[in-house]
Write a protein that binds this ligand. Sequence first.
Ligand code: SF4
Ligand code: SF4
Length: 356
Amino acid sequence: MEKVYWIKIHDQESSIIRAEKVRRLIERSGMLNGFESEDMVGIKLHFGEKENDTHIAPAWVRPVVEELKKRGAKPFLTDTCVLYRGQRHNAVDHLMLAYRHGFTVKNLGAPVLIADGLLGNNEREVAVAGELFQRVALASAALEANGLVVMSHVTGHISTGMGAAIKNLGMGFASRKGKLRQHSVMKPAVSPKKCTGCGVCIEWCPADAIRMDGDKAVIDEKKCIGCGECLTVCRFHAVKHDWRMNERELQQRMAEHALGVVKGREKKISYLNFLTSITKDCDCFGKKQDPVIPDIGILAGRDPVAMDMAGLDLIERLTGKQLEAYSYPDTHPRWQIEHAEKVGLGSCRYELVEVD
Ligand code: SF4
Ligand code: SF4
């Protein structure tokens, strides 16, 4: 049975103590032992959208960089372009954001490389034995790297229920085309009764699919790529979509993209999940968010399905409620875990090992 290592973190602990705990977790779990001299290793992160301050801090990444270097590996920090029009839409803005948030060579001793290139189309198609896909489109650098360390901030999520290791792999390493293929199951609509005509959704829509009809926003279904941005940015809850019909499939699509990243090199990929500053929404939100759950700790392991399952179990065990109760109650993250296990990404059976 796969082991998942857990070190506790408390709300008041300093960043220095947290960094030290990351180092201890690496040591005790042996999670980096598969990496060798000259391996180019991508450390997959989310640098946090503008104004977000609950993302994984650079200080907690430094021990990973240093431990990889001790093994003679060449680490780099990485992420991909996103669909929405925030600060991570193209590589230039994304790099500037990463630097502003402290992910610099000076601080960490490793460069940042946007894995799918300037515009998100530096990609490769990979064959997978999925139920929905036979091929998935992924960021080139993710596949060219000799290995990956996937560092995920665990949060709730409006359309996938949870952002953690499976999402960081499947959505986080999909090229723009891969992301569009995943999102194309969601088709939202605006409720004219609730729409105030503020126009914010129009600014954020990456497909120019929203226009004003009088003082109400209207979505053109033919242009809509289903990215879900209008759902997240509308403060008036005027944008809706049929959650039950589509969300499960979005999570399944994501899990099959994750399979494409991992397939055939399981021994060269390891994971750290941060159950710290757990927020209702993910770090793509361009605003500060208050945590909804006290800090639980950091998990380390080699199986993304076991990692995410252990995180959900810990939240439920320690707080008495499931993650979705704190974020979006109708959006169940276990859908992605069930499907990921079914297509062979990993196992949701694990042994939890507590590290002092
Ligand atoms: S953000 Fe919401 S309220 Fe504003 S125009 Fe769009 S749908 Fe209407
Ligand atoms: S209308 Fe469609 S493409 Fe535009 S933001 Fe909403 S979901 Fe995305």
